[in-house]
Design a protein around this ligand. Structure first.
Ligand code: COI
Length: 358
């Protein structure tokens, strides 16, 4: 087992469930590995981390998070290299983003060493749960929430930080086939000054209703527009968005209401390495329709930890459609997909120190 500088109370699961898992038919986030990690925050200090069998939590019905949603989560992945090593992708970047989210929600977070080390030990303990298959991974979900038994509307004094892991395949049922998006100009995901750039449950909860309406109309996800002018593209339900416009890679700039995706950052860093022209700027929905008519918008794709790189085939907006005529990934999306999944699985050299091996 991995030796760690952090003192962890490890209580192994005596009845592992690995043999019951059908790794050929994984639905995203529905199967959980044998162990989970918990660290409690009380009296302004983080207590000893515990790794124990995955299972239900005893919670008071007055737990503050259940009422006011003071919580934050992350999503990252571990991949298996051919030789058996496990790569936790951009673990440190995920820590940095979780820290920023916690600051916005006035939540304490374990320090970086505690975060990194405990996740490595947890993943190592359940390393047989990391799928062999190239297009699968172990999704890691750290989350933290206020546990005060109180309905008082102020920040919690006590917190639980938990990490669970789940073997996953493709996020969308379409696999890596193009998805269909629609704008929903009557709804917004996040407002300037709100918590749109933090990874907080409320952002996802409030997107469920518009998401369900989009689904009824035959679309996979909502393409969110900005809250003020309802004109500038922000992101997709579970990912950031990229456009290929006359061989330039264009993506909405991080305006404060957009989630700063780690896959988005990886794509931008790869584009820079490849000297590909990039623009991070406001992208108006009407501009996209004009560019498409002129034949200048050639590819659209989403990026996210869960979604990786997912091509977009259709964008619907107020009765009009951009049909990209793609029945598979376009060449630029494919180039990023191959590079990122190659680095994930150790087939392409990790030049930038993105891989944390256990
Ligand atoms: C991720 O990509 O990790 C996310 O957190 C999206 C989630 C809603 C599945």
């Amino acid at each position: 087992m991995l030796q760690s500088a952090v003192d962890i109370d490890i209580r192994k699961n005596p009845s592992g469930r690995l043999q019951q898992v059908d790794f050929d038919n994984l639905t995203f986030g529905e199967v959980f590995s044998d162990h989970m990690l918990t660290i409690d925050y009380r009296d302004k200090t983080w207590k000893r981390p515990v790794i124990e069998p995955y299972g239900p939590l005893p919670l008071s019905p007055a737990t503050k998070f259940l009422h006011y949603g003071q919580g934050v989560f992350e999503g990252l992945k571990a991949f298996r290299y051919a030789g058996g090593k496990i790569n936790i992708f951009r673990l440190d970047e995920h820590y940095r983003r979780m820290k920023r989210s916690c600051e916005r929600m006035i939540i304490p977070l374990p320090d970086e060493e505690l975060f990194l080390e405990t996740i490595k030990v947890l993943v190592d303990l359940d390393r047989d749960w990391v799928p062999e298959d190239k297009f699968k991974s172990l999704y890691i979900r750290p989350f933290i929430f206020g546990t005060d038994e109180s309905l008082g509307m102020r920040e919690s004094q006590n917190y639980k930080y938990i990490v669970i892991t789940s073997p996953v395949g493709n996020y969308y049922k379409e696999g890596i086939k193009p998805v269909k998006l629609t704008t929903m100009p009557e709804f917004v995901r996040a407002t300037p000054g709100g918590a749109g750039e933090a990874k907080v449950p409320g952002n996802y909860a409030s997107s469920l209703y518009p998401g369900a309406r989009a689904f009824e109309q035959g679309y996979t996800q909502v393409l969110w527009l900005d809250a003020i002018e309802r004109r500038y593209v922000e992101e997709v339900g579970t990912s950031n968005i990229f456009f290929v416009i006359e061989d330039k890679l264009v993506t909405p700039d991080l305006s404060g209401s957009i989630l700063p995706g780690i896959t988005r950052k990886s794509i931008l860093e790869l584009a820079e390495r490849w000297s590909m022209p990039v623009e991070e700027r406001k992208v108006a929905i009407d501009e996209l329709f004009d560019l498409h008519k002129q034949g200048k918008l050639t590819e659209v794709f989403g990026s996210g930890t869960a979604a990786v790189v997912s091509p977009v085939g259709v964008i619907h907006h107020e009765g009009q459609k951009i049909e990209l005529g793609q029945d598979k990934m376009g060449p630029i999306a494919q180039k990023f997909y191959d590079a990122i999944t190659g680095i994930h699985h150790g087939e392409i050299k990790d030049e930038a120190g993105w891989c944390h091996l256990v």
